[in-house]
Write a protein that binds this ligand. Sequence first.
Ligand code: ZN
Ligand code: ZN
Length: 314
Amino acid sequence: MPRDDRTGTDDGEAGGAGAETGAADDAVDEAFGLVSDEIRAGIVRALGDDAGRESPWEPVSFSELRSRVDPEIDSAQFNYHLQKLVGRFVAKGEAGYRLRPAGMKLYRAVRAGSFTREVSLDPFPVGRDCYNCGGAVAASYDDGVFEVACPDCGRVYEHTLVPPSAVEGADERELLDRVDRYNRHRSLAKARGVCPVCASALGATFVRPAETPMLDAEELDVVVRRPCDHCGARSYMSVGLALLYDPDLVAFCRERGLDVTETPRWELEFAMTDRDVTVRSTDPWEVALQIELDGDALELVVDDDLNVVERNRS
Ligand SMILES: [Zn+2]
Ligand SMILES: [Zn+2]
C-alpha cells in the first residue's frame, strides 16, 4: 500500500495492522482547535498548573486568572476567550474557574507537547531482519508518528502516535522498549475485547486483509477486526497478536525461554506474520495458530468470536 494511503491511526498494530479511530480523532482535533488560540491555551495552562494552589481543582478568580495568563490583556477580550472554554473544558462556580476533567486531559496533552513542537528522529536499526525481505528493520519518528518499518520493502511493524516529549533526548534502546510497552497496554485491552479509547466492549470478527484499511495487509492471510460500536474506533490485528496473552501461549513460550510479555512485538514472528496461521474454515470461521519452539508445538484454535475452542500440545 502506498505510504500516502495510510489512514489516520493512533494505534497501528504490528503485523502491518492499522486502526481507524475516526470519532476519537475528531474529538481531539476539535479540542485542539479550540485551544489553538494563544489566550485559550494560556487559560488551560494557567488552570492546570497548580502553582500557588492546593490542587489544580481549586477555583481561580477571574481577575487572578487574567493576570496569570496576561495582565495586559483587555478584560472583555479575555472574557470572550474564557467563555469559549466554559462548559466542556472549564467549570465556572461562585469561587471562580477550574478545569473540568476534559480540560485536565487537554492540559496534560498540551504539556506533553502534542502538536506544539517539531521533533524528528532519523531512522536507526532495531536489530531485527525484515520477515518479508530480510532487510534491516529501522525505527524513526516524524510528524508525531513513531514507526518501526523495513526501509527496503516498506513493511510496517509499528505505527503509533506519540507526542514529541516521548522521544526527545531519549536513548534509542530505551525508547524502543518504552514504545513497545506503551503499545502493549493498548494492544492487551484490544486483545481482551476492551476499547482502549472509551472502555466499551469490542466486537470480534475475522476478515480478509483486502477488506481492511490495514497497512501492508496483503502480507497476512486473515485479520482480526475489533470494532467499537460506541466511539467508532476500529482496530485490526494479526491472529498472533490477538492471542498474544493467552495463558497457554504465554506459559508454552516461557517454558522455552521466550517471554512474550516483554519481548518487543516485532521480534515475535508468529505475531508479525501469518506463517503459523491456518484458516481451517471461513463459514463459520475457524482459525488455528501453531507455534513451534525447541521441537515442541502448541496449537490454539479459535472460533468466529475469537474463543479458543481447542488447545493442542505435541
Ligand atoms: Zn522488508
Ligand atoms: Zn470505543
